[in-house]
Write a new protein. Structure first.
Length: 375
């Protein structure tokens, strides 16, 4: 059973504050220690990781000088990341600094986004079951499309995986359009425009997946396009280095979505619900987003990515683009469906429901102030 937000707030006692202080201190110290050790032993670790990569990656091909240099550079990036993380986390052991951070988060919520009279996200059994289902789906997708990637009807052109992507794009476009239509009466005009833009993007994505019907209706690619398209088809994403740009977009998009989901959870934990919920995804999608990030981390980073090395060791390393595309389809359907559900719960401005929810949000905010987290 989910713990109500009010109960969580009233449970922030002095011992809990001391425990949270210790967590920030330990995390910051480990970041500094780990970053320092990586920096100190970077050459030794580079040799070991290169050995692992050459012996456990599919094909066991030696890394080039460029690849070895990339491993060393990557280790230094991880080292600096640890040092910077420690430098940021250790000051958060001070209650006053944490209070400033919390006030800043509330300021962002108050001045950039508009409050919504909706219930906060709950993290009980329903959340656990939904997240577990996404995790299972992500694992099965990775296994099946890696083990049977050469089965044409399943993972090839116009196979099951590709038509899944087409279907999910079309469903997401319909859900985003329905959300925009529903929001038109609530006074959130910016959200209406955003939802309609999403619907257009998803519709274009679906058309790109089937080359705008070229293979369905068997019409030829224009000569000018055929000369610059990697697949010789009528698609935008196969022009020049479009694939590389899309792979980067997959990685950074999933990383940004994970960060946005964490921010949404922080706001909801303090009773703050805003129209940012129509931009930021729920953490339910975290397993799929993490899988997308691992698959699209990039070839230069794969030798220092532990998940990639483990996958390659069991001959299930990322190949092609079907897995992240299938998981993206799942994410956008769940995301747009969640938006539509929230849009349906929005009352017409000025209704009693809106006023009551605003009052409850104010009470939760006052609880934070009384506990010293806000001033």
């Amino acid at each position: 059973m989910a713990v109500p937000t009010t109960a969580l707030l009233t449970g922030l006692t002095a011992p809990a504050n001391r425990l949270s202080t210790s967590i920030w201190l330990v995390a910051g110290f480990l970041g500094l220690l780990g970053g320092g050790l990586l920096m100190l032993f970077s050459d030794l670790l580079t040799d070991r990781i290169v050995w692992l990569a050459e012996n456990y990656r599919i094909g066991a091909l030696p890394l080039s000088e460029t690849g070895i240099s990339a491993v060393g550079d990557g280790l230094k990036i991880w080292a600096w990341s640890g040092i910077i993380s420690g430098a940021v986390l250790i000051p958060l052991t001070h209650h006053e600094i944490r209070a400033v951070v919390v006030r800043t988060i509330f300021w962002l919520a108050d001045h950039i986004f508009r409050s919504l009279p909706l219930a906060v996200d709950q993290y009980g059994l329903t959340f656990i079951a939904a997240t577990g289902s996404v995790l299972v789906f992500s694992g099965l997708t990775h296994w099946s499309l890696t083990a049977y990637q050469d089965v044409g009807w399943f993972g090839g052109e116009d196979g099951v995986s590709e038509w899944w992507s087409v279907a999910t794009y079309l469903v997401a476009a319909s859900l985003a359009g329905a959300t925009g239509w529903r929001l038109r009466r609530t006074g959130y005009s910016g959200l209406v425009v955003f939802q309609l833009l999403l619907a257009a993007i998803f519709l274009i994505g679906a058309m790109e997946e089937i080359s705008w019907g070229q293979r369905l209706f068997d019409w030829d690619t224009p000569q000018a396009l055929q000369a610059v398209n990697q697949q010789g088809e009528t698609t935008i994403h196969n022009l020049g280095s479009g694939d590389s740009a899309i792979f980067s977009l997959f990685f950074w998009g999933s990383a940004a979505a994970l960060a946005g989901g964490a921010l949404r959870a922080v706001w909801h934990s303090t009773g703050r619900v805003t129209n940012a919920d129509f931009f930021l995804p729920s953490l339910v999608l975290a397993p799929a987003l993490l899988m997308i990030a691992v698959w699209r981390i990039g070839d230069l980073w794969s030798p220092i990515s532990l998940p990639r090395l483990v996958m390659d060791a069991f001959h299930y390393g990322p190949q092609g683009s079907e897995v992240p595309e299938v998981l993206l389809g799942l994410c956008i359907v769940m995301y747009t469906y969640s938006n539509l559900k929230r849009a349906k719960r929005l009352p017409i401005p000025g209704s009693a429901t809106r006023n009551e929810n605003t009052r409850k949000q104010a009470e939760k905010r006052n609880s934070l102030i009384s506990l010293g987290w806000l001033r």
